[in-house]
Ligand binder design. Structure first.
Ligand SMILES: NC(=O)c1ccc[n+]([C@@H]2O[C@H](COP(=O)([O-])OP(=O)(O)OC[C@H]3O[C@@H](n4cnc5c(N)ncnc54)[C@H](O)[C@@H]3O)[C@@H](O)[C@H]2O)c1
Length: 237
């Protein structure tokens, strides 16, 4: 398949996990891929090192893409972080960092790319989580950020639909990536809160998520707008 021939795709979080797999997938289907991350990114056409907490640096990064390639067709907002913590121990710094990367970073990457996506009639694919569609214990900031990404996706989808830009969202369940190491339950808590009904006996693989990103980013999803696609192996809680 060469669904992304002659298209330019920006993938945030491209240094690791789902973002890295999505960058590789889009590239294998012909896209020119720009990888954006606070960590060094390899195996892309253009790597931009950017801390999404530095909102003022987002527009110059997008300008760099336009200077290099003259167009943007796809934006996959995948960068994210989070942690488990008891509510009474959360700090303002921890809350702001989580909301800042996951929600504020997603929004301002999207607004900076939007004029170019309107020109190309392109697509945004955001990353929520089943933590945003369902409850997840000890992660109020993370779950709130992901619930915010869902609301943001649906709002931008209806606001911009008539321009030809589609805005959709993937909600992963548990996926084998380094982020899961950040989610260690606090000591002495009721681990039954973590119980989920998993029809499969394994977590998702980054490549399985990348396939969903490629679907929503491409023309096969031309009538999908504002959807939240859970890719979670059938998690029921
Ligand atoms: N792995 C899972 O189980 C799971 C489940 C649900 C949702 N998600 C979401 O999927 C997305 C990708 O996560 P992953 O599992 O691939 O984790 P990961 O840790 O492998 O990748 C996250 C990437 O985001 C980048 N990043 C973090 N903070 C950043 C910042 N301030 N500026 C720029 N880049 C930054 C990291 O450097 C890293 O490359 C995240 O949004 C995460 O919330 C993951």
């Amino acid at each position: 398949m060469n669904r992304f021939q002659d298209k330019v795709a920006i993938v945030t979080g491209a240094a690791s996990g789902i973002g890295q797999a999505t960058a590789a997938r889009l590239r294998s289907e012909g896209a020119t891929v720009v990888g954006v991350d606070r960590d060094p990114v390899s195996d892309v056409d253009l790597a931009i090192q950017l801390d999404l907490l530095d909102v003022a640096a987002i527009q110059p990064a997008v300008d760099q893409v336009i200077a290099a390639y003259g167009r943007i067709d796809v934006l996959c907002n995948i960068a994210g972080l989070g942690h488990f913590i008891r509510d009474e121990e959360e700090t303002l710094e921890g809350w702001n960092r989580t909301i800042g990367v996951n929600l504020t970073g997603t929004y301002f990457m999207s607004t900076a790319c939007l004029p170019h996506l309107i020109e190309s009639k392109g697509a945004i694919v955001n990353t929520a989580s089943t933590a945003g569609t369902n409850a997840q214990p000890w992660s109020s900031a993370y779950s709130a950020s992901k619930g915010g990404v869902i609301a943001l996706t649906q709002t931008m989808a209806i606001t911009n639909g008539k321009t030809g830009v589609r805005v959709n969202c993937i909600a992963p369940g548990g996926v084998e990536t380094p982020i899961t190491e950040q989610f260690l339950p606090p000591d002495d808590v009721d681990l039954a809160l973590m119980n989920r009904i998993l029809p499969f006996d394994r977590m998702g693989r980054p490549a399985e998520l990348a396939a969903a990103f490629a679907f929503l980013a491409g023309d096969d999803a031309s009538y999908c707008n504002g959807i939240i696609l859970r890719v979670d192996g059938g998690m029921q809680a």
